[in-house]
Design a protein around this ligand. Structure first.
Ligand code: NAD
Length: 310
């Protein structure tokens, strides 16, 4: 496993990170015991970076991850979030953040978090996030509850606006850098590089779309993106490749991202993804895959408050 330093932090994270949202049954109902085994298998294979949120399964993912990490906390870089609690349930207030973090610590069976992130900032008012939410996270950092702080979201414009105005340690964006989209590199990556902010890329499979079984029913992408993904699936099959492994390999080759977070909930997925992380993929494979998704590459969807849309 390759490890990279997360921006200016002292965190050394595995290039392949464990996204724990599937443990909260976000994609499908999962077997909790298999979820625990998948976390243990990930640790055994050198994955040390785990990302979760109270939003994933309304606390279920944190609870299951906490159970799996019990007795294994040392050496793990644990990231969770605050501010988002449901599809349309948000609370970016100071009181809400403090209460959320207390509950996260209990569910995760730990007394500190390595990285506390404001979840999906485009659903909050930028002014509140700058004057109330992030100062509260900063206070939690100063009191040792969390070692570092960051923000996450889909809207690159909102992430950038906030990062330019408040000294955060990390940025996490999702569905903005993979086989179907690469606009992360037009705005957020140059900023992160210039300011040495840690950059985390989530959803290398475009939230389950770049898989043989296809996207979950709630996926927000327009139809043309689903169709582009199906074309990529056909090309990878023709070339004898598994689409998910190829898609993950593409993301892992990014030159600045410290960790690519892929959602996992089975030992089989962990093993497959570890294998993909260690594989060198021929450039001609990516040429064919990227050609297959044109002209529907970089098609995005609206997310967040009207003022915060990209
Ligand atoms: P993803 O693109 O990683 O896809 C996950 C889906 O693919 C799951 O259904 C998983 O079971 C499946 N999968 C994983 N490996 C596979 C393989 N080898 N073959 C076939 N299927 C496979 O999407 P994601 O889970 O949304 O993103 C990864 C993680 O990033 C999340 O779990 C979460 O931790 C983080 N994330 C954060 C935010 C945010 O903060 N706003 C948003 C999205 C994701």
């Amino acid at each position: 496993m390759e490890y990279r330093i997360l921006g200016r932090t002292k965190l050394r994270v595995s290039a392949l990170g464990f996204g724990a949202s599937p443990l909260g049954d976000v994609f499908r109902v999962t077997d909790p015991a298999e979820g625990v085994r998948s976390v243990h298998s990930a640790i055994d294979h050198g994955i040390n970076f785990f990302d979760v949120s109270p939003y994933y399964g309304a606390g279920v993912a944190e609870e299951r991850l906490g159970r799996a990490l019990s007795g294994k906390r040392t050496g793990v870089v644990l990231a969770t979030k605050c501010g988002r609690y449901g599809a349309s349930s948000f609370d970016f207030s100071a009181v809400g953040v403090r209460s959320s973090v207390e509950q996260s610590l209990r569910r995760l069976q730990t007394d500190y978090i390595d990285l506390l992130q404001v979840h999906d900032v485009e659903f909050g008012k930028v002014e509140q996030i700058l004057t109330e939410t992030l100062p509260t996270l900063q206070g939690l950092k100063e009191s040792g509850v969390t070692r570092y702080i960051g923000i996450t979201g889909y809207s690159l414009r909102t992430l950038l606006r906030i990062a330019e105005a408040f000294p955060i340690d990390t940025l996490l964006s999702y569905c903005r850098y993979n086989l179907l989209v690469d606009d992360l590199d037009q705005s957020l990556t140059p900023f992160a590089v210039a300011h040495q902010v840690g950059l985390i890329n989530a959803s290398p499979l475009h939230m389950g779309m770049l898989t043989e079984s296809g996207a979950p029913p709630w996926h927000p992408a327009p139809l043309q993106v689903h169709e582009a993904s199906r074309r990529a699936l056909l090309v990878s099959a023709r070339l004898g490749m598994n689409i998910s492994e190829a898609a993950l390999g593409f993301c892992l080759a990014h030159s600045y991202v410290s960790s690519t977070l892929i959602g996992m909930c089975t030992q089989r997925e962990v093993q497959q993804n570890i294998l993909a992380a260690g594989t060198h993929y021929d450039a001609s494979l990516y040429k064919a895959l990227l050609e297959s998704v044109e002209p529907d590459r970089n098609v995005i969807w609206p997310s967040g408050l009207v003022d915060n849309l990209d």
